[in-house]
Design a protein around this ligand. Sequence first.
Ligand code: ATP
Ligand code: ZN
Ligand code: MG
Ligand code: MG
Length: 469
Amino acid sequence: MELDKMDENDWKYHGEGNKSLVVSHVQHSRVLRVLKYPSEDAERLHQTVEQASRHIQNIVDYSNNVMKPLLGEQYVHSGEVVKLPLDFVRQLSLKVQQERPELRCDKVMDTFSGYSLCLPNLTQLSSCRFEDHRPPLCVEIKPKCGFLPFSRYVTKECKRKVCRFCMHQHFKLANGKWNRISRYCPLDLFSGNKQRMYIAIKHLLEEPQNNFRIFKGGELIYSCKDDAKQQPDLNELVQHLRPYFHHSNGYYNGHQSSKTVLNEFIQVVCSALLSTGDSACPGELTKLQTPESRAYCEASPLHRDLLRNANQCLPKDCVLAKILQAQMLDNLDIEGLYPLYRRVEQYLEEFPKERNRLQIDGPYSEGFLEKIKNCPSEDDGSVDYAVGKVHQYRVAMTAKDCSIMITFAPCGEDEDLQPNFEIQPVKPRFTYSVSILDLDPKPYESIQHQNKLDSKIVNYYLKSTHSKQ
Ligand code: ATP
Ligand code: ZN
Ligand code: MG
Ligand code: MG
């Protein structure tokens, strides 16, 4: 990429979240991730170029030095900071404006600093050895928090029975964020139980919200509709998927039912989520749940017996285990963490210069990771303990907000399938790659917000479920 010869016509709108907008290159497997700001603040906030550069470098450092060691080398691609010509960024911003979903337009792209992140396009396969006429499929899952709080500081009993995602759904529905409740429950996805995972993915398909997307050849083909009242079209999706699964049960020419196609698709996603990339030792399982915490959520629509008998067991080092492990660094829950945050606040009021030594706003160096790893398990009343727990909590927040990208393409081995092989059930073979994206540091100050949000969600849940009974 020649930074002095950037042309907005080489890039197109790819997607966006709450914090950044992503464009992809029309030929090369690259994306640019540009930060966004609330539009009413854009001029006023107008941070200095140095601040913008620091901010984006912090994102890369955090991903490289903190999240990558915790989640695993193979899953994390931190990208690099690039300084783009301002002209290019302005043109790009104009070009993509019409493609942006309305609900995201409360924020605008940073067109002032020119700083952006360049990343591999994870919806494409980098090492696709097999030439195939079928472009790669990519499934993006934002799994959210996969465990119930086990902290002794939790005061509301319902938090031990119903997971945060399921409670939050009621709150979002009431606030008009979504028009329908999602039946997806993260505890089912993180269960490691194939049946439960299958149903979790099925629920994501039925109501993707911002937790599920599918790309084909880098193009978004399935996601929640911009018009929130509309449901995405599963039949249309099946048309896309059929060529990838057409002879997997032996009927080469036969038209498989939609159900079979979706079934096979979900199976592939499940096995990618459980794979450890190391076929030599597939058997190793890890039990991440602490004994006092139950592994199912009362709000999950699954049958009780299935939930009760399915203990949480994930293959060690599979992407879900890695994410869950990082999420569980939140072992005090916000209720136990908040007093420690207050302790840090008070200390900083008295000794503002200590902010740097304590690395409150970075730098996200190896030293930061050490603080997280070496945090004592018991509170000794020190500010260092409090800071360690605050840092751990922030890492957990990042892990609760990240996305998994599963990209797969047919290997082409089944291309020569002869009619006489038809009777044999031939499993489709796919090469796939699994990555984790959106690993930005969550600001220290957001803990204040988390604390308020937690009680709002819980109180609303209690109110709304009680009034129904
Ligand atoms: P959130 O609101 O979830 O915090 P965000 O604003 O931090 O999101 P990202 O999640 O990093 O932004 O990116 C927005 C979307 O762009 C992603 O959901 C994904 O679909 C797409 N995307 C981001 N990075 C890549 C990448 N490297 N390759 C392909 N697609 C990407
Ligand atoms: Zn749940
Ligand atoms: Mg995101
Ligand atoms: Mg993000």
